[in-house]
Write a protein that binds this ligand. Structure first.
Ligand SMILES: *Cc1c(COP(=O)(O)O)cnc(C)c1O
Length: 407
């Protein structure tokens, strides 16, 4: 083992990221000396807080080619997704009740859609193909006269697969349907232009881009069309009435700085993480029967998801004790259910169970990835040696031809 490597090695940047030291430095004064309420209009403490919040809003808006007035701060992307879907459904209730989304969305979208369905909305969940992509033709065919909203995530949190966002946006605008995207995984990692891509609403989160947990945002388009929402949290009318509650000033300041750093580093950082991810992918492809999950072409630079046939995922994860990876998303990995995202892409339970999601981030090194690749290879081989299935595969027996006798 390379002794310069510090374990456990963190390869779960899609679940959350550490706060960048530069972000924390920027936040600190707003936790202690500049503690004003950004809504206090009568004194310098309030003005300083408001100015910092507005500065952060500008940095976040700039990252997606929006106007700062179009950013509503929330407690995170789960809330942003809830606000977008429930807020639009409620506001446009008279106009229509049909919403279209996709089976591989984050739970914050899927569960919100289910809630809306129980409350009188019609929801169509589009399938994805084996690469994890939605079809524009199927989306077009699913649209009805009473469709009010389409919600398709920018990039998937389990596979990194990037959907054809600009095409979806163009189609939605042509049909006069609002387009929301859960942009959490893509924000700060790949270029996003809400104008060019015809995005009307987009959810984002600070803790996925080296900012603090508990802060997020919703981009809400103000022109062509002006998007209106029914607020889901009522109170003092903060955030242009979209979301009441005293603003989390230090968190927002951190979010702004995290967005600025991500935007400025994006060209170099996406090339670096892409090269690292390809290195890891190639090393893991040396393992026989290793399968890449999701499109290689349409994918975030730093996200890799692979299945290792004939090993049991739980045992593999147990073996990889000093590597922080996940099988499925953080939200579902506690349940031991095979990933619904991979199942939707046509993987059988076994392959979905033997999957690993590995996400590379700002602090990942090539040495770490070599160590990870060696470890995965070692444990896959070890587990296969103990597997009667693997023995049969080695003997050339086609497992799909076997009729298993129930016991
Ligand atoms: C993490 C994540 C969320 C939830 O964001 P929070 O800020 O943690 O609530 C939503 N969607 C996607 C795609 C995510 O990866």
């Amino acid at each position: 083992m390379n002794m310069s490597i510090k374990t456990p090695i963190y390869l779960d940047y899609a679940a959350t990221t550490p706060i960048d030291q530069r972000v924390l430095d920027k936040m600190m004064p707003y936790l202690t000396s500049h503690y004003g309420n950004a809504a206090s209009r009568t004194h310098a403490y309030g003005w300083a807080a408001e100015e910092a919040v507005e500065g952060a809003r500008v940095e976040i808006a700039k990252t997606i080619n929006a106007d700062s007035k179009e950013i509503t701060f929330t407690s995170g992307a789960t809330e942003s997704n809830n606000l977008a879907l429930k807020g639009v459904a409620e506001y446009l209730r008279e106009q229509g009740k049909h919403i279209i989304s996709v089976v591989t969305e984050h739970k914050a979208i899927i569960d919100t859609c289910k809630h809306l369905e129980r409350n009188g909305c019609d929801v169509t969940m589009l399938p994805v193909n084996a690469e994890g992509l939605v079809s524009i033709e199927q989306l077009a065919a699913a649209m009805r006269d009473d469709t009010i909203l389409v919600s398709v995530m920018f990039a998937n949190n389990e596979t990194g697969v990037i959907q054809p966002i600009a095409e979806i946006g163009a189609l939605c605008h042509e049909r006069g349907v609002l387009f929301h995207t859960d942009g959490v995984q893509a924000f700060g990692k790949v270029p996003i232009d809400v104008k060019k891509m015809n995005i009307d609403l987009m959810s984002i989160s600070a803790h996925k881009i080296y900012g603090p947990k508990g802060v997020g945002g919703l981009y809400v388009r103000r022109r062509r069309p002006r998007v209106r929402l029914s607020p889901q949290i009522h109170g003092g009318g903060h955030e242009r009435g979209n979301r009441s509650g005293t603003l989390n000033v230090p968190g927002i300041v951190g979010f702004g700085e995290a967005a600025r750093l991500a935007r400025e580093a994006m060209p170099a950082e996406s090339a670096r993480t892409f090269a690292l991810r390809e290195h890891l992918r190639q090393r893991l492809s040396e393992i026989p029967h290793a399968i890449l999950n999701g499109s290689l072409e349409h994918r975030l630079p730093g996200t890799l998801n692979m299945s290792f046939a004939y090993v049991e995922g739980e045992s593999l994860l147990m073996g990889l004790k000093d590597i922080a990876v996940s099988s499925g998303s953080a939200c579902t990995s506690a349940s031991l259910e095979p990933s619904y995202v991979l199942r939707a892409m046509g993987l059988d339970d076994e392959l979905a169970h033997s999957s690993l999601r590995m996400t590379i981030g700002r602090f990942t090194t090539r040495d770490e990835l070599d160590y990870v690749a060696d470890q995965i290879k070692f444990h896959v081989e070890r587990l296969r040696e103990m597997s009667p299935l693997w023995e049969m595969v080695q003997e050339g027996i086609d497992l799909s031809s076997i009729e298993w006798t129930p016991h």
